[in-house]
Design a protein around this ligand. Structure first.
Ligand code: HEM
Length: 475
């Protein structure tokens, strides 16, 4: 069978030259109009397949997940020394062992244990923003870090001076420096043999400088939990709950404790930036869509009046807010080009040959913009997810697919839901004014890497009225 259609390949570079370097999700969505929803690139001899429809993503990554659930090699991350974390691991025994820790703890039901931490951190967030609304971006960052640290290690972060915040910042710097997706060196692995001073060999420097931060992130919080458990002062957390379970089952071997340590250290990298970016995307789009903001607030006001009861286990108990969050996540997917999967066997799909070891990218941006699935897809319209419309839930677009689907999705979803329900009850997001008293409606730019979030934009966050100020002061 022939390969899927794609740009022409040339000697050595293959079709690598046609792969867009900047905001690839946009260029690839354009190419898909020409080549179709399953596109083939030969990148310096390596097969790369780009999926651009819900149907193809679901057919391959879900229905044939036995083949499409591995990961490609992430060379830079390998050099840093953290590819033993679940999100980088190829499909196999190590992967299953580590992922099991997540599935167990963060199932829909399992997440309920962490609900009180999510609510307490949200209250702290509201108080912080009330005191200094202009710093809302930093406070949201603190919130996203604090939630993860509390859930992973039972450590309560209450201020920006906390040592766990420093660890988180250092880790984030590593993530930013290394990127979280594919780099040229993944296709040309011999580049790693170039000396560190060689122009363009940034990865050797990043790897060298990152290692101490990674060791600190892995060891310090984990060792603290072990110590607190020995003193009997540990709060329940992902780590303490699993150590207890391993000890109870007689499986607390050095190897299993190491796997747990690695899994816990992954939570920050996978969960903090993504949660923060998603909340920032909501705030940016609500600034641009005041009517939607007002509608969500009307719904929340009906809760305060006692006419409606929100149910933590059912987001649909606030249907408009639920639809609004889905619409933000569809229109501004937090991971605009998904996270690459790779295939572990040759396959034939719709008569096309997809070779073993293909890198498989799902262009979530193209999926969200598919007008066969979403009517007027570029339009911001939460109502598309409400009866009688009920367009498909963009879950795959947001959280990925099959055996690699984000295991933190229920936790992340409720964090975003609780924060936005609370935030919109108390605050409003309004444009800044110019000297003539007119609203400044900013042209928001979205920075895109592995996650996409708005570049800083002018806006004002303020309490909706004195009543809300009192409400927050009483929390
Ligand atoms: C709104 C926030 C979040 C978003 C948008 C998000 C999105 C994603 C996406 C797109 C993937 C890749 C799925 C695939 O390869 O098909 C992923 C993987 C992952 N996420 Fe999340 N995530 C979020 C929050 C979290 C949180 C809070 C945690 C931790 C509790 C977490 C843990 C993970 C892990 C461990 C993986 C790797 C899974 C694997 O490779 O098998 N995520 N996430």
């Amino acid at each position: 069978a022939p390969y899927p259609p794609g740009p022409p390949a040339y000697p050595v570079i293959g079709s690598g030259g046609a792969f867009p370097a900047h905001e690839p999700q946009l260029g690839l969505a354009e190419s898909a109009k020409k080549y179709g929803d399953v596109m083939y690139f030969e990148m310096f001899g390596k097969p790369l397949v780009v999926l651009s429809s819900l149907e193809a993503a679901s057919d391959l990554l879900e229905k044939r997940s036995a083949i499409y659930s591995s990961r490609p090699r992430f060379t830079v991350h390998e050099m840093i020394g953290w590819t033993d974390m679940v999100s980088f691991l190829p499909y196999g025994e190590q992967f299953n062992k580590q992922r099991k820790f997540f599935l167990h703890t963060f199932s829909k039901q399992g997440c309920l244990v962490f609900r009180s931490s999510q609510v307490a951190q949200t209250h702290l967030l509201l108080k912080n923003i009330l005191q200094c609304p202009t710093r809302y971006i930093e406070y949201l960052r603190l919130f996203s870090t604090a939630i993860i640290m509390e859930i992973a290690y039972g450590h309560k972060v209450t201020s920006e001076d906390d040592p766990y915040v420093k660890i988180a910042e250092d880790t984030n710097n590593v993530l930013m420096a290394a990127g979280h997706s594919l780099a040229l060196v993944d296709f040309l692995p011999w580049l790693i043999y170039l000396p560190a001073w060689f122009p363009g060999n940034w990865f050797a420097r990043v790897a060298r400088e990152s290692r101490p931060a990674i060791q600190q992130m892995r060891n310090f919080p984990f060792d603290e939990v072990v110590q607190r458990m020995a003193y009997g002062t540990a709060s329940p957390s992902f780590v303490s709950m699993h150590i207890e379970e391993l000890e109870r089952d007689g499986r607390a071997s050095e190897e299993n404790l190491h796997i747990l340590k690695v899994a816990a250290s992954q939570m920050y990298g996978a969960g903090a930036e993504t949660t923060w970016s998603t909340i920032m995307n909501v705030i940016a789009l609500l600034l641009l869509h005041p009517r939607a903001q007002r509608k969500a607030q009307d719904e929340l006001d009906s809760v305060l009046r006692g006419e409606r009861m929100p149910d933590f286990e059912d987001r649909k108990s606030l249907p408009y807010l639920d639809a609004l969050l889905l619409e933000v996540m569809r229109l501004k997917p937090t991971a605009p080009l998904g996270v690459p999967h790779s295939s572990t066997a040759d396959d034939i799909y719709r008569g096309m040959f997809i070779p073993k070891d293909s890198i498989v990218l799902t262009n979530t941006t193209a999926l969200a913009m598919d007008d066969r699935v979403y009517r007027n897809p570029t339009e911001f319209r939460p109502e598309r997810f409400l009866p009688p419309h009920a367009e498909p839930n963009p879950n795959g677009i947001v959280f990925g697919w099959g055996r690699r689907i984000c295991p933190g999705r229920y936790l992340a979803d409720t964090s975003v839901w609780i924060v936005m329900a609370s935030f919109l009850t108390v605050f409003e997001i309004v444009p800044e004014k110019n000297r003539n008293g007119q609203d400044i409606i900013p042209e928001i730019q979205w920075c895109s890497g592995i996650t996409s979030s708005p570049a800083p934009f002018p806006c004002v966050i303020r309490p909706r009225s004195e009543k809300e100020v009192k409400l927050v002061s009483r929390l």
